[in-house]
Design a protein around this ligand. Structure first.
Ligand SMILES: Nc1nc2c(ncn2[C@@H]2O[C@H](COP(=O)(O)OP(=O)(O)OP(=O)(O)O)[C@@H](O)[C@H]2O)c(=O)[nH]1
Length: 496
């Protein structure tokens, strides 16, 4: 298969030469000067023998040719049956065999693929049809490089050809000097790798640009990858975080190791205390997802800085609490205001109706306060109101009892679970407290100090009646106290 025709036919040539020599000898013996008959017969016999041998040799060669042809056909069939394209070149780089898959890969080269075509001719034909995009614009240099590495590479050559097709080319030089080449169409694989690389690049870009901190963890909670936002949030470099446990960033003294196990973090969003490298506290929210494939098992944590929102929430809560306090507090005296009293009265009225326990009310009025203002001035009047509020507050022992400013110089004391007798005790305590405090009231016609008149009322609430009933009773009693000369208490009849 690899020799020239002349070489391959040497037996015929040799036999032909013997035959010609024999003929010459025979002619010489008959017509030559030496007339030896014996020589003539010997030559004739030699000729016959040569003819015989020649015939046998001819038959043997025909059989050998047939065997060679069959072997060649079998080789062609074998390479045709292979799932990859195969091409075989002789030592002068001329094509001596190829299979149909080569034509499938290069359909535009159908006419050029033939035995005897040189590798370079084939490459040039393919280049002329744009079959090798990577060589475009530098065809000669590309051919030179290709010829240099041809048959020398240990690794397969990955080559992009027409129609975005990708080939993996294996070329090996054979001991006889020829080259056998195998080409596999790996377009699907390469396209899949390209898609994968593109989606990985997208993912990397997203992670890189994300404003949330993103950390990947191994199954024991050690950090694998961190994004720039994570470095920014915690103040550690990527090198410092990689390989360290998540607890370096997340959790405080109360956080247990189990709480930071990746599996335990799966599911709902969780809030954690965290630390910045410089020591200041952070509040973060974490979402964790599991990534489990045949070769990978890791966890992806998305960490959101919640510190600002947490601080804002805290400030808002405090502001709301302050607002709530302010909306129910009397600005001058600091005790509850009328709004609070109205709320408490309804609330306690309903409770009393429900539990059947009594509810008492003291309606407290400062005597001759107009004269106080007139005598000491309005500012002193304000001070006096503050003092009285404070003294009254000190007279109610239990936290559930409340003193509120009812309006002007009038106060109310709401006493829960208290019947009239108990309310009288508190009222007397208030009167005594003012007497002991002895806030000078030079303009008062009843006492030389600031005195109080108190109307006391108590009842067990009736849902059929309005809570104002209790206030009316206390008011009526207060009116009586005023009428009776002030600086005293009067208790009203039970309303229910
Ligand atoms: N300084 C001061 N005075 C107030 C305030 N609220 C109401 N007053 C004054 O309290 C006085 C109440 O006067 P009156 O209702 O006539 O009652 P009174 O002088 O105490 O007389 P009796 O209640 O009958 O003993 C008025 O002069 C109001 O101006 C306040 O917040 N500060």
């Amino acid at each position: 298969m690899f020799r020239s025709n002349a070489l391959r036919r040497w037996p015929q040539v040799a036999m032909g030469a013997v035959f010609i020599v024999q003929v010459l000898l025979l002619l010489q013996s008959f017509y030559g000067k030496n007339d030896g008959e014996a020589l003539a017969w010997l030559s004739a016999a030699g000729l016959v023998l040569s003819l015989l041998l020649g015939g046998l040799a001819w038959i043997a060669m025909a059989q050998a040719r047939e065997l060679a042809q069959r072997a060649r056909d079998q080789l062609d069939e074998a390479i045709d049956a292979l799932p990859a394209s195969v091409e075989i070149f002789d030592e002068r780089d001329r094509m001596i065999a190829f299979n149909h898959r080569l034509v499938e890969i290069y359909p535009h080269m159908l006419r050029e693929f033939e035995r005897g075509a040189s590798f370079e001719e084939l490459v040039r034909a393919s280049l002329a049809r744009g079959g090798i995009p990577e060589a475009q614009g530098r065809e000669e240099a590309w051919i030179a490089e290709r010829k240099t590495v041809r048959g020398q590479q240990r690794e397969a050559l990955l080559q992009r050809v027409h129609d975005n097709k990708w080939l993996r080319i294996y070329e090996r030089r054979m001991p006889g000097g020829g080259i056998v080449g195998v080409r596999m169409d790996v377009s699907d694989l390469v396209h899949e790798q390209q898609r994968l690389a593109a989606s990985q690049a997208h993912l990397q870009a997203l992670i890189h640009a994300a404003t949330n901190a993103i950390v990947t963890l191994d199954t024991s909670g050690h950090m694998l990858e961190v994004n720039p936002a994570c470095q920014h949030l915690f103040g550690f470099s990527a090198q410092e975080m990689q390989g360290a446990h998540l607890s370096m960033l997340i959790g405080n003294a109360q956080t247990t190791a189990e709480q930071l196990q990746p599996e335990a973090l799966l599911g709902r969003q969780r809030e954690f205390s965290a630390r910045h490298r410089e020591g200041h506290e952070l509040t973060v929210q974490m979402n964790v997802a599991e990534v489990k494939t045949a070769t990978t098992h890791l966890f992806v944590c998305i960490i959101t800085d919640f510190s600002d929102r947490k601080r804002q929430e805290m400030r808002l809560r405090e502001a709301n609490a302050l607002l709530a306090r302010q909306s129910t507090t009397d600005g001058l005296t600091g005790v509850g205001n009328r709004r609070l009293f109205d709320q408490l009265l309804i609330q306690e009225w309903q409770r009393s109706a429900r539990t059947g326990k009594p509810l008492a009310l003291l309606l407290v009025d400062i005597d001759h306060f107009k004269q106080y203002n007139d005598h000491y001035g309005h500012v002193a009047g304000d001070d006096c109101l503050r003092r009285v509020a404070s003294l009254l507050s000190a007279c109610v022992g239990r936290s559930i009892e409340s003193v509120c400013r009812y309006g002007g110089e009038e106060f109310v004391v709401l006493l829960v679970d208290t019947e009239l007798e108990g309310a009288k005790v508190v009222a007397q305590r208030c009167l005594d407290s003012l007497r002991l405090a002895a806030i000078a009231h030079a303009a008062s016609p009843v006492r030389p100090w600031v005195s109080l008149s108190i109307g006391v009322a108590a009842c067990v609430a009736d849902v059929q009646q309005r809570p104002q009933t209790l206030v009316q009773d206390a008011d009526a009693a207060l009116y009586q106290a005023k009428q009776a000369g002030r600086a005293r208490m009067v208790f009203g009849p039970l309303s229910a």
